[in-house]
Design a protein around this ligand. Structure first.
Ligand SMILES: Cc1ncc(COP(=O)(O)O)c(C=O)c1O
Length: 389
């Protein structure tokens, strides 16, 4: 039982084949179509395809002028890519603690961390649950900070009736193989600002004045200049061919995510307090990218190991970034700095979750989880007699 499984339909197969047969496999018409469709889905003016969310985050920060001497505030409860993008831009990642129920960045902690050097904040809509964007937007306005949304988990998510991917100065998406919309590798940056869009389009393609597709399809011969040092971060047409059809079935699959999450919640209820799902706040549409639970009174790693041995794929999302050896070594971070994130991270376990799971699959996962928790609790009691659960 894998933790996540993507779904590739015949539409994707045919589109990829058509792209291959057209001979156009670089950045081309399918990338453009996917960008337009993605912008329309979110109601944004511009969508710019990249090779990853990591690149999109980096390009956003570069475009907003973030560089050496600047600070960018983000959460330690994320994949390392979020914080790494800040370092790529030459700035310092400043972590703040998270809210205990959603594990999303805590706006009060953001406020405390703002200094004269702070240029931007990267809220990560963790697992697909939107961050408290009203509070963050108010802080950003007051302190003139750019908001760069990490929407890697949150394409379908809404905050107070608005798509979360429409709330930042720029919002960044991942189409990595495990994501709700999967193209293998790929990303997208969306914005409503024409200048930001033009700069990102240039930076993603070596800093050229025109992208590769336009260079050769403008209808007349022209020279194009490199005006700044950019990167090779373009999207290309094979992943875009996948993305077009992944996007078309996103909402239909989303309906199944909601139903599966409700089933998990119902079946997990008898395992409380040893196992507890995370809560959803009333004013959000949760994208349900992952299905994490919090364990109480049992050793998480031992439960994870029991489940893996029983053929159930599990994951930990995430170990706090500030405690990764690189961040401890280079930024002097230590255990105990962000207690809410650290305590949750020690207890988190993501369960198998993808829309095509059958009800029996969910039942089997919950049964095996119950058995694993009891087995670990039993052996802990036998050896120490101190299990409280
Ligand atoms: C929260 C978060 N941000 C950023 C990324 C980076 O995405 P990509 O792999 O597309 O660069 C990921 C990928 O797993 C992620 O989970």
């Amino acid at each position: 039982m894998p933790l996540i499984r993507s779904y590739i339909g015949v539409e994707e197969e045919q589109e990829v084949l058509a792209a291959l047969r057209s001979g156009l496999i670089g950045t081309g018409p399918r990338t453009e179509r996917f960008e337009k469709a993605f912008a329309a889905y979110l109601g944004r003016k511009h969508a710019i395809g990249t090779d990853s969310c990591t690149s999109a985050l980096h390009l956003a920060l570069r475009t907003f002028g973030v560089g050496p001497g600047d600070e960018v505030i983000t959460t330690p409860m994320t994949f390392v890519a979020t914080a790494n993008s800040i370092i790529y831009a030459g700035a310092k990642p400043v972590f703040v603690d998270v809210e205990p129920d959603t594990l999303n960045i805590d706006p009060e902690q953001v406020q405390r961390a703002i200094t004269a050097r702070t240029k931007a904040v990267i809220p990560v809509h963790l697992y697909g649950h939107p961050c408290e964007m009203d509070a963050l937007a108010a802080l950003a306005k007051r302190h003139r900070l750019k908001v760069v949304g990490d929407c890697a988990h949150a394409i379908e998510a809404e905050y107070r009736g608005k798509k979360v991917g429409a709330l930042g100065d720029a919002d960044c998406f991942s189409f990595y193989a495990t994501k709700n919309l999967a193209t293998g590798n790929g990303g997208m940056l969306v914005t409503d600002d024409d200048q930001v869009a033009a700069e990102v389009r240039s930076l993603r393609d070596h800093g050229m004045t025109e992208g590769a597709w336009n260079r050769y399809h403008s209808g007349e011969f022209a020279h194009f200049a490199m005006t700044k040092l950019g990167y090779k971060s373009i999207m290309w047409d094979l992943p875009a061919a996948l993305g077009l059809h992944q996007l078309a079935r996103l909402e239909q699959r989303y309906g199944k995510r909601v139903a599966l999450a409700a089933l998990y919640e119902e079946l997990l209820a008898p395992l409380a307090p040893a196992v507890r799902p995370l809560r959803r706040r009333a004013h959000v549409r949760h994208a349900y990218h992952l299905y994490p639970v919090l364990l109480h009174g049992v050793d998480r790693d031992r439960v994870a190991n029991e489940l893996v041995q029983r053929g159930i794929g599990v994951g930990v999302h995430y170990r706090p970034v500030h405690l990764e050896p690189f961040y401890q070594e280079h930024y002097g971070h230590r255990q105990g700095e962000f207690p809410v994130a650290e305590q949750a991270a020690a207890r988190l376990l993501s369960l198998p979750f993808w829309p095509e799971m059958a009800e029996e699959d969910v039942r089997r996962c919950v049964d095996e989880l119950g058995r694993a928790v009891r087995a670990v609790a039993h052996s802990t009691r036998e050896t120490s007699g101190d299990w409280a659960g």
